[in-house]
Design a protein around this ligand. Structure first.
Ligand SMILES: [Zn+2]
Length: 242
């Protein structure tokens, strides 16, 4: 997009106040369309947050409850920029952003290279874990879940989000599907290795977690869904404890 158009768009977006992004604390006329199958009112024009980031943000920091407590050791797998910036500023928590570095991906500076199949921390180390839209990329997701379980403190919690096809009871995976275009067709994205179904929480339980499927999206009115730019079909938070 050329600079003149971009400036005009920004000015127009800023004049409106129909939507509000909790991640960057800004109002706008609308969120922008996003995705191959285009979703409207999805992308924050200022911080780049999507529906799922705003939902998680509201869950973590909203209203009466603040889940990230002072002194907490927080493991953040594949840190989203909007969260990364916030957590780095919080001097009261010990923040551990980690990612498996792959070519072509850019991680926030300060992220530690780590494979979640082999987490280099002792058992029962972290108070909280955030891992969103990662497991669907991992061949051996059970091993990854078990590792996350291992490093979580007995009194801690983990929020483990993945894309889910709620129309299907069972997860679909097939290791013979490896071509990017085939993966896109069957798993929803070129680098996904499965599409989770409604059995997703059972899989987390198999790894040892207690799982509470919290229908947090449903606690918002239709107006609030529009205002915060949330996705009606993706409102469940998988809140896991040990
Ligand atoms: Zn924003």
């Amino acid at each position: 997009m050329n600079l003149g158009i971009r400036r005009k768009l920004r000015k127009w977006l800023l004049q409106g106040s129909n939507v509000y992004c909790p991640c960057c604390n800004k109002h706008a006329a609308t969120f922008l369309p996003f995705g191959k199958q285009v979703r409207f009112n999805a992308l924050c024009p200022f911080c780049g947050s999507l529906e799922r980031h705003r939902l998680l943000w509201l869950f973590l920091f909203s209203r009466e409850k603040k889940l990230i407590n002072n002194g907490a050791k927080l493991l953040h797998v594949a840190p989203e920029r909007v969260f990364f910036k916030k957590f780095r500023r919080e001097k009261q928590i010990e923040y551990f952003p980690v990612d498996k570095f792959t070519p072509g991906h850019h991680y926030p500076r300060g992220t530690q290279e780590m494979d979640i199949l082999n987490i280099s921390y002792q058992d029962n180390f972290f108070d909280s874990i955030l891992c969103s839209h990662v497991l669907e990329h991992v061949d051996n997701d059970m091993q990854a879940m078990k590792e996350l379980y291992r490093v979580l403190k007995p009194a801690g919690w983990a929020i483990l989000q993945s894309p889910i096809d709620y129309s299907k009871p069972d997860t679909f995976e097939d290791s013979s599907i490896t071509a990017p275009e085939e993966r896109e067709k069957y798993f929803g994205q070129y680098d996904h290795v499965r599409f989770y179904g409604r059995d997703y929480p059972q899989r987390l339980m198999q790894a040892g977690f207690k799982v509470e499927s919290i229908d947090f999206g449903n606690t918002f009115s239709n107006e609030e869904h529009k205002q915060f730019g949330l996705d009606r079909n993706d409102g469940i938070i998988y809140f896991c404890t040990k």
